[in-house]
Structures are given as structure tokens and as C-alpha cells.
Design a protein around this ligand. Structure first.
Ligand SMILES: Cc1cc2nc3c(=O)[nH]c(=O)nc-3n(C[C@H](O)[C@H](O)[C@H](O)COP(=O)(O)O)c2cc1C
Length: 191
């Protein structure tokens, strides 16, 4: 793992600057801000341009907030409820490439949030049944992730164990994830 957030070869700065904090300033986003991040997701490429994604949101403190607060699991609830908005990324499982396409849409969303001076943090750690109930999810729709968006806060506002994890994340080296030609040498991804 490379520990510093430095690119091996030159890339646009947004990719290094974006990160997923857990500390957020507890103030609501505006509807317009949510529309802006989802507008960016809207322009993601998708297989056959099916755009098999959907986004459901609650703004901090609005009529949907209490219900959406039951979606994160116990660990994520400890920090994500300070965010300005919670956005659920959904995909339509009847489209073959739904997971790949909605993952790309989330990436666009995260970079747009960063460009707006906001932070975002995706979560797979959710209460799946709570999500289905709160969202009244049709059977063909799947929750891909819950995303917290807001203004980055001070790490000191977090519980101690989470504050100590508020550091830049490393990456595997480029040569480990890039192969010229065949990939027969690859082993399973482990933690
Ligand atoms: C699909 C997905 C699910 C994730 N789930 C969680 C989660 O449940 N809880 C959490 O604290 N972070 C979660 N993360 C954040 C990752 O741990 C984080 O993106 C990774 O460590 C890289 O750090 P960075 O985003 O700051 O570059 C998730 C990220 C993604 C993309």
C-alpha cells in the first residue's frame, strides 16, 4: 500500500483531493445542492444508455430525515447522522449492468460534491430491511449504497475511535492494479 495521497503519474487534482470523512458540520444541505450532485450522476455513462439508477434523499431535519436515519447500520449511525443529506443510490436489477452503471454514477456524484466544496461518504453498512420499508422499494430495485453528503467537520467532533480514523486512506500501487496483457497471476482481493 502507498500511504501518501500522491499520484504515481500526473492526474487531475480532484481525484486525490476527494475523500470520505466521517465528521460533518450538522447543517442541512439545500434541495438545490442535492439536485446538483445528482445532476452530475445523471451524466454518467451507462450500458445502452439505460441509466438504471435512482436516488432517494432526505435533507437533515426534513420530513423524511427520521425515517432515513433508520437506514444506516449501528456503526454508520454513529457518524452519518451529522451529514446535511442522506442519499440512497438505487439500481434497477432488471438492467444487466445496473451495479457497474450505478457505481459510476456514485463516482460522478462524489466528484461533483467535492467540486462544490462538500464531502461525501458512501456506506454499504445499512439495515437492508429498514431501507426497503422506508423507501417502499419495488422488488426490482436494489439499494447499492447510502451516501452521506455535507460540509466536512472537525475530526474532534467525532467519538475518539472514529476521530483517529479520520486520516487519508492509502491505495495499492499502480503496478499492482495495472497489467500489460494477461492477468493469470491475480489472487482474490482480501482486506
Ligand atoms: C460502496 C462503498 C461502501 C462503503 N461502506 C462504508 C461503510 O459502510 N462505512 C464507512 O465508514 N465507510 C464506508 N465506505 C468508505 C470506504 O471505506 C472509503 O471509500 C475507502 O476507505 C477509501 O477512502 P476514501 O474514500 O477517503 O478515499 C464505503 C465506500 C464505498 C465505495
Amino acid at each position: 500500500m502507498t500511504t501518501s495521497r500522491i499520484a504515481t503519474v500526473a492526474i487531475a487534482p480532484q481525484f486525490l483531493e476527494r475523500s470520505s470523512p466521517r465528521a460533518f458540520v450538522p447543517e442541512p444541505l439545500t434541495t438545490t445542492q442535492v439536485e446538483q450532485v445528482v445532476e452530475a450522476a445523471r451524466w454518467a455513462p451507462s450500458a445502452s444508455n439505460l441509466q438504471p439508477w435512482h436516488f432517494a434523499y432526505a435533507l437533515r431535519g426534513d420530513a423524511h430525515w427520521a425515517a432515513f436515519s433508520t437506514i444506516p447500520n449501528e456503526f454508520n449511525r454513529r457518524w452519518c447522522l451529522n451529514a446535511g443529506a442522506l442519499i440512497v443510490v438505487l439500481s434497477d436489477t432488471s438492467a444487466g449492468m445496473h451495479a457497474f452503471d450505478s457505481g459510476c454514477a456514485w463516482g460522478f456524484m462524489a466528484l461533483q460534491a467535492h467540486a462544490m466544496g462538500l464531502a461525501s461518504h458512501a456506506m454499504a453498512g445499512i439495515e437492508a430491511e429498514a431501507a426497503r420499508q422506508v423507501l417502499r422499494l419495488p422488488a426490482h430495485m436494489q439499494v447499492q449504497a447510502l451516501v452521506a453528503v455535507g460540509r466536512r467537520g472537525d475530526a474532534a467532533t467525532l467519538p475518539e475511535d472514529l476521530a483517529s480514523r479520520e486520516t487519508p486512506t492509502p491505495r495499492k500501487p499502480l503496478h499492482e492494479i495495472l497489467s500489460a496483457g494477461p492477468v493469470g497471476h491475480l489472487s482474490k482481493t482480501t482486506a
